[in-house]
Design a binder for this molecule. Structure first.
Ligand code: 6PG
Length: 253
């Protein structure tokens, strides 16, 4: 593994394979959860969707015995407004690769209410639900402890799309979004809510993401959603496999 602190609070990790990355990321997630629980008595995290994190979730499920589940609440970073059993559903992937195999209490995983027809109303309802869960532990800060993210080749993260003129909107924690390049209307955590988290953890694999990784880390495209999250994060880790790190490592060699 290659470890590089690119700036204060920003660490890049490069693993030989997606499998090595998933094992390490699961270990890091578990350790950070335990650290937060020791420190504040709870651990609140949001989980991304797409294809990349499934391996990580399956590795995390293997560590199930270690967790004080009743002190942990998990949310979604974003969701496609498709039925909860649809092949594109992020919550279906999270349930299948983590919640069920880990024996995680389903009532501690708060999915986006995709059964609502209107994405904007679903976003508002989700924000209210997140707030209620945060209020249920009055002692803790009104932000998440960790947000797990992927990136798209276009520099999106969560469902914050570069072509969406509203993606920087900061008046809410959760908003609806849509992109002609991506299927389904979306519900997503807002840029400001993601940026307020204590720690952001990017999981990125594959050659197709290499150029965007280079742009983010070398700050050549600073206005992209993924670049803004990386730059604004209080603490951020970018875990890459060698394929996704290739362009960046070539320049930094
Ligand atoms: C989604 C995600 C999205 C994802 C990236 C990468 O719902 O699609 O939240 O932001 O993380 O598009 O997706 P892959 O992991 O499938 O490449």
């Amino acid at each position: 593994m290659i470890t590089r602190e690119t700036s204060p609070g920003k660490t890049v990790l490069v693993f030989d394979t997606p499998e090595d990355l998933a094992v390490h990321a699961a270990r890091s997630f578990a350790d950070y959860a335990a650290q937060c629980i020791r420190k504040q008595g709870s651990f609140f995290a949001a989980l991304s969707g797409g294809k990349t994190p499934a391996k990580f979730f399956r590795e995390l499920a293997k560590l199930g015995e270690e967790f004080e589940w009743e002190k942990i609440h998990l949310f979604q970073v974003d969701e496609r407004m498709a039925p909860a059993d649809h092949q594109d559903s992020n919550q279906a992937m999270i349930r299948e690769s983590f919640v069920e195999p880990a024996g995680f209490p389903p009532e501690h995983f708060l999915p986006v209410p995709v059964q609502m027809d209107d994405a904007a109303l679903a976003a508002q309802a989700y924000e209210n639900s997140i707030n209620m869960v945060l209020e249920s532990v009055p002692s803790r800060p009104k932000r998440l402890d960790m947000i797990l993210l992927g990136i798209g080749q276009d520099g999106h993260t969560a469902s914050l799309f570069p072509e969406d003129p509203e993606f920087r909107q900061a008046s809410s924690w959760v908003r609806s979004a849509r992109s002609e390049h991506h299927a389904h209307q979306r519900v997503t955590l807002s840029l400001s809510f993601v940026s307020a988290a204590s720690k952001v953890f990017f999981l990125i694999t594959g050659q197709d993401k290499a150029d965007m990784v280079r742009q983010i880390l070398l700050e050549t495209s600073p206005s992209l959603p993924a670049s803004l999250v990386w730059k604004n994060a209080q603490q951020a880790v970018m875990a890459l496999d060698r394929a996704a790190a290739r362009a960046y490592l070539q320049i930094m060699a």
